[in-house]
Design a protein. Structure first.
Ligand SMILES: NC(=O)c1ccc[n+]([C@@H]2O[C@H](COP(=O)([O-])OP(=O)(O)OC[C@H]3O[C@@H](n4cnc5c(N)ncnc54)[C@H](O)[C@@H]3O)[C@@H](O)[C@H]2O)c1
Length: 322
C-alpha cells in the first residue's frame, strides 16, 4: 500500500509527540520536523523523539522552520499529504522576556510552512492557535465568534496573526486550513514550563510553588489525549473543500487554580508550600471553552476529567522524571 505521509511540525514537542504516536498507530507514515531548541530541557524532547523513532514509519528531520530552503528538501523528496503545524515558540510569560523569538518562530516560521504547504498543494493544513487570544474577555464560555482583537501579550498576537494569515491563504489559494485554539493542555510527557509540571516537581522536592494571582485564576485544563483525539478527527475527516475554519478545542469545564493544586497534593499525598504572588503581566484571569462548534462539525467529545488526568500525569512523572 502506498502510505500517505502526514507532516507534523514540533513532533518532539509535547502535543506533537502524542499526535505523531497516534497517527503512526493507525499505520500511516509521519515525517516529524523539530529543531530541538532549548526553550526547555532538550533531553525530554529527545526522549519523546526516541520513542517515535522506534516506529519504522516515522522519519525525523532536525530542521528549523525558519529556514524555507531546508523545509523544501523535505517537500521535494516526499509527497506530503497533510500538514499539522504545531512547532512554535509557546508560553505566555516568556513572550515578555524574549519577544523576538515569537516573531521569528511564530510569524516568519509560520509563513514558511504555510507558503510551502501552498506551493506543494497539501490537502489540509491544520495548525495550533491558543485560548490566550481571547485576552481579557469577560463573557464565558468563550465562543469562536467573540472578539479577539485585543491580545494582552505578543504570544497571543502572533497566534492571532497565524489565524489571519491562514484565512487569507485559504481564500487566495483554495487551501483547506483549520486553526485550533487549544485550552491549557496537560498530561504525561508534558512541558516543564507549565504549572502542573512545575508544581509537581516542587511539591515532591519540598520547595515552595509560585501561585500567581493568589490562586484565583480559572483554567479549562484539557487532557492531551482529548486534544489529540480532536486533531485526529479533523485531520482524517472526509469533509471536502471547506475553506478556512477555526475551532476551540478544550475540555469545556473550568477549575480554580487552588482546586487544581489540591488535586496534585491529593495524588502526591503531600501538601504544597504556597507562595502567593500577584497577577503576572500578560496572564489572562480565566479560560473556559465553548466546544459546541467542534462537536457539531467533527463530533469532538473530550472524555478525561481533570481528576483522572492529573492522576495519570503524576503516575507518569513519578516513574519518568528524576
Ligand atoms: N500546551 C498548551 O497548553 C498549548 C496551549 C495553546 C497552544 N499551544 C500551541 O500548541 C503547539 C504545541 O505546543 P506544545 O505544548 O506541544 O509545545 P512544545 O514546546 O512542547 O512543542 C513545540 C515544539 O516545536 C519545536 N519548535 C519550536 N520552534 C521551532 C522551529 N523554528 N523549527 C522547528 N521546530 C521548532 C520545539 O523544539 C518543540 O519541540 C504550539 O504551537 C503552542 O503554541 C499549546
Amino acid at each position: 500500500m502506498d502510505k500517505k505521509i502526514y507532516l507534523v511540525t514540533g513532533s518532539a514537542g509535547f502535543i506533537g509527540f502524542h499526535l505523531s504516536n497516534k497517527i503512526l498507530s493507525k499505520g500511516f507514515k509521519v515525517i516529524g520536523i523539530d529543531n530541538l531548541n532549548n526553550y526547555y530541557d532538550v533531553k525530554l524532547k529527545k526522549k519523546r523523539n526516541y520513542i517515535l523513532k522506534k516506529n519504522k514509519n516515522y522519519i525525523f528531520k532536525k530542521i528549523d522552520i525558519k529556514n524555507y530552503k531546508n523545509l523544501e528538501t523535505v517537500f521535494k523528496k516526499h509527497k506530503i499529504y497533510k500538514v499539522i503545524h504545531l512547532a512554535a515558540q509557546a508560553g505566555v510569560r516568556y513572550s515578555l522576556k524574549n519577544p523576538r523569538s515569537y516573531i521569528d518562530n511564530n510569524i516568519n516560521g509560520f509563513f514558511n510552512i504555510l507558503e510551502i504547504s501552498k506551493n506543494y498543494r497539501v490537502k489540509k493544513f491544520v495548525y495550533a492557535s491558543t485560548s490566550s487570544i481571547y485576552g481579557l474577555q469577560k463573557k464565558f464560555p468563550l465562543k469562536e465568534n467573540f472578539n479577539t482583537d485585543n491580545p494582552i501579550q505578543l504570544y497571543a498576537a502572533t497566534k492571532k496573526s497565524n489565524e489571519l494569515m491562514a484565512t487569507s491563504y485559504s481564500y487566495l489559494y483554495k487551501m483547506d486550513t483549520v486553526g485550533l485554539r487549544f485550552f491549557t493542555v496537560y498530561g504525561p510527557w508534558g512541558r516543564p514550563d507549565m504549572a502542573l509540571f512545575k508544581f509537581t516537581k516542587n511539591i515532591i522536592k519540598g520547595k515552595p510553588i509560585e501561585v500567581f494571582n493568589k490562586g484565583k485564576h480559572e483554567r479549562d485544563f484539557t487532557y492531551v489525549d482529548d486534544i489529540v483525539d480532536g486533531i485526529i478527527k479533523i485531520v482524517f475527516s472526509k469533509k471536502k473543500k471547506f475553506g478556512s475554519q477555526i475551532f476551540n478545542i478544550g475540555n469545556g469545564k473550568k477549575i480554580k487554580l487552588l482546586k487544581y493544586i489540591q488535586l496534585i497534593e491529593k495524588n502526591l499525598k503531600k501538601k504544597a508550600r504556597k507562595k502567593f504572588l500577584p497577577l503576572q503581566k500578560g496572564d489572562v484571569f480565566k479560560t473556559h471553552s465553548d466546544t459546541r462548534l467542534i462537536k457539531r462539525y467533527y463530533n469532538y467529545n473530550p472524555k478525561t476529567s481533570v481528576n483522572h488526568g492529573v492522576k495519570k500525569f503524576i503516575k507518569w512523572y513519578i516513574s519518568n522524571i528524576k
